[in-house]
Design a protein around this ligand. Structure first.
Ligand SMILES: C[S@@+](CC[C@H](N)C(=O)[O-])C[C@H]1O[C@@H](n2cnc3c(N)ncnc32)[C@H](O)[C@@H]1O
Length: 238
């Protein structure tokens, strides 16, 4: 549910960004740490040329299968495409070229890289001027709260002290320091992340009601700060 609303939002932001900056289509989109390609196939459906970069060979093998299925379903006239490349954030510019990408998607990856600041700097270097960034980062306070409520108190303390975990204002600062202008930011799972799926899965009306609530609350500043993750859409300055 939260990822469905996230994808809706990303689609709207990409459409507005495309209208503003008029890139050559299809856009060259890098999905950094894109794993098995859940987001990549949805963006390829929209006509974009996706390169998924991930260090995990098992994830890339699943991505290959997904890409083959996607290409079969897409048909001859499709402008979209998906390919996988093994690599990690520290070698992004070597892999794609400086200033070569239109859009970088970086969802739930800053938490797992060794150096988040360096990763965002590399993302900025890989983008062309006015290139777009879609960033999703787990928010420290909600992760700490979730772990503590589940009884994992040691993990909660480690998360609180982990320098790779960020709160909302720190995520926004990192993005600006890397050279971006923030276009929008909203919570991911602001309410859907806290409602057990079992409560709505067999009731289509309740499911739709929860999606409506999620859309409404995800941009409210207080709900956004407490959401499990934040989605920041930003444009490279210059
Ligand atoms: C939590 S998953 C997120 C997957 C996907 N982006 C999503 O939102 O569903 C984190 C991904 O980052 C990848 N990863 C781990 N270390 C990385 C690194 N140094 N550079 C790039 N990706 C990395 C993992 O292999 C994994 O696919």
């Amino acid at each position: 549910m939260a990822d469905t609303v996230l994808m809706e939002r990303l689609t709207e932001e990409l459409a507005a960004w495309t209208a503003r900056t008029r890139p050559e289509l299809p856009c060259r989109v890098i999905d950094l740490g894109g794993g098995t390609g859940t987001f990549a196939s949805q963006l390829a459906d929209q006509g974009h040329a996706l390169t998924v970069i991930d260090p995990n060979l098992d994830a890339l093998a699943s991505l290959e299968r997904r890409a083959t299925e996607w290409a079969r379903g897409a048909g001859a006239g499709a402008t979209g495409s998906i390919r996988g490349v093994q690599g990690d954030a520290s070698e992004l510019v070597e892999l794609v070229g400086a200033g070569a990408a239109d859009v970088v998607v970086c969802h739930r990856v800053l938490e797992v890289v060794d150096d988040p600041e360096q990763a965002l700097t590399a993302v900025a270097a890989a983008l062309r001027p006015r290139g777009a960034l879609s960033l999703v980062v787990g928010l420290r306070r909600s992760v700490v709260l979730g772990q503590a409520l589940a009884g994992h108190l040691g993990s909660a303390l480690r998360t609180w002290q982990d320098r790779r975990r960020f709160d909302l204002e720190q995520v926004e600062e990192l993005v600006v320091e890397a050279g971006f202008r923030i276009v929008s930011s909203e919570g991911v799972g602001a309410v859907a992340g806290y409602v057990p799926e079992a409560l709505v899965e067999s009731d289509a009306a309740a499911h739709e009601e929860l999606a409506t609530l999620e859309r409404a609350l995800s941009t409210d500043p207080a709900f956004r700060a407490l959401a499990p993750a934040v989605h920041v859409f930003a444009e490279l300055a210059g």
